[in-house]
Design a protein around this ligand. Structure first.
Ligand SMILES: Nc1ncnc2c1ncn2[C@@H]1O[C@H](COP(=O)(O)OP(=O)(O)OP(=O)(O)O)[C@@H](O)[C@H]1O
Ligand SMILES: [Mg+2]
Length: 245
């Protein structure tokens, strides 16, 4: 059974269809990357899957349970899904360590000492343990993103979602984050990642999905998707359109 099964997911805003029937499966230990033109609904898709927003229709089945049902425990669901955003979303008034322990203490009710140990373990995994007592303002963008990933991992999520984790970073810091996420990939962490970054997509994914006009238009290995694809729209998107020939 897939960890996540998405069936015919539709999202409309004021009568405008953004997701027009998305189907997607994510197996345990699998990493899929979602790419596609700006505004095609990538962020909307991630937000529907963890019920930050409500889909208009369709099903999201998480470990066999339909989590679009009205009686779903949405808070419990969100605790099972780690979410890493483009702009890190760290609390400015908390240190790196406190940012990571917050969820453990407030949501998991973990005693302080245990929470600190768990948080330090995740910060070490991200090679951020030496910066545990720094505030976000004292950290580079790449370091902030590593704290945000440590924070998500600390909750032992079943899956990690990323929404453009490298797009607020300069090329050097992006590479640093690609390396970190690649390590998670090698550790078999289940991930669903939205990105425009071809380098990230290539190094962290089993499969790349191309979302276009509200549907998954194609799915394949990164090499297959980025090189001379049969579909002219995909070829054009990845820079192999007629203009390059
Ligand atoms: N709360 C909202 N109300 C109305 N329309 C919205 C809302 N959120 C998003 N949209 C619209 O839905 C469409 C998809 O937006 P979304 O942010 O999911 O795209 P995206 O693929 O993530 O784009 P990008 O690559 O630029 O991040 C856009 O046309 C956007 O304007
Ligand atoms: Mg987006």
């Amino acid at each position: 059974m897939a960890l996540l099964e998405v069936r015919n997911l539709v999202k409309e805003y004021d009568g405008k269809t953004v997701l027009a029937g998305v189907d997607l499966d994510l197996e345990e230990g699998q990493v899929k990357v979602v790419m596609g033109p700006s505004g095609c609904g990538k962020s909307t898709l991630l937000r529907c899957l963890n019920r930050l927003i409500d889909p208009t229709s369709g099903q999201v089945i998480f470990r066999g349970e339909d989590v679009t049902r009205p009686d779903t425990d949405v808070r419990a669901l969100r605790q099972r899904i780690g979410f890493v955003f483009q702009h890190f979303a760290l609390y400015r008034h908390l240190t790196a360590l406190e940012n990571v322990t917050l969820g453990l203490r407030k949501l998991r009710h973990m005693p302080a000492r245990e929470a600190n140990e768990k948080a330090m373990h995740e910060l070490r995994r991200m090679n951020m343990h030496e910066h545990a007592d720094k505030y976000p303002a004292q950290l580079s963008g790449g370091q902030k993103q590593r704290v945000a990933i440590a924070r998500a991992l600390a909750m032992d999520p079943a899956v990690l979602f990323f929404d453009e984790p490298t797009s607020a970073l300069d090329p050097l810091m992006s590479r640093e984050i690609v390396a970190v996420i690649n390590q998670l990939y090698l550790d078999n962490v289940t991930m669903l990642c939205v990105t425009h970054d071809l380098f990230l997509a290539k190094y962290i994914s089993d499969r790349v999905l191309f979302l276009d006009e509200g549907r998954v238009r194609a799915e394949g290995g990164a090499d297959q998707m980025f090189s001379d694809h049969d579909d002219p729209r995909i070829r054009a998107f990845f820079g192999h359109g007629p203009q390059d020939r």
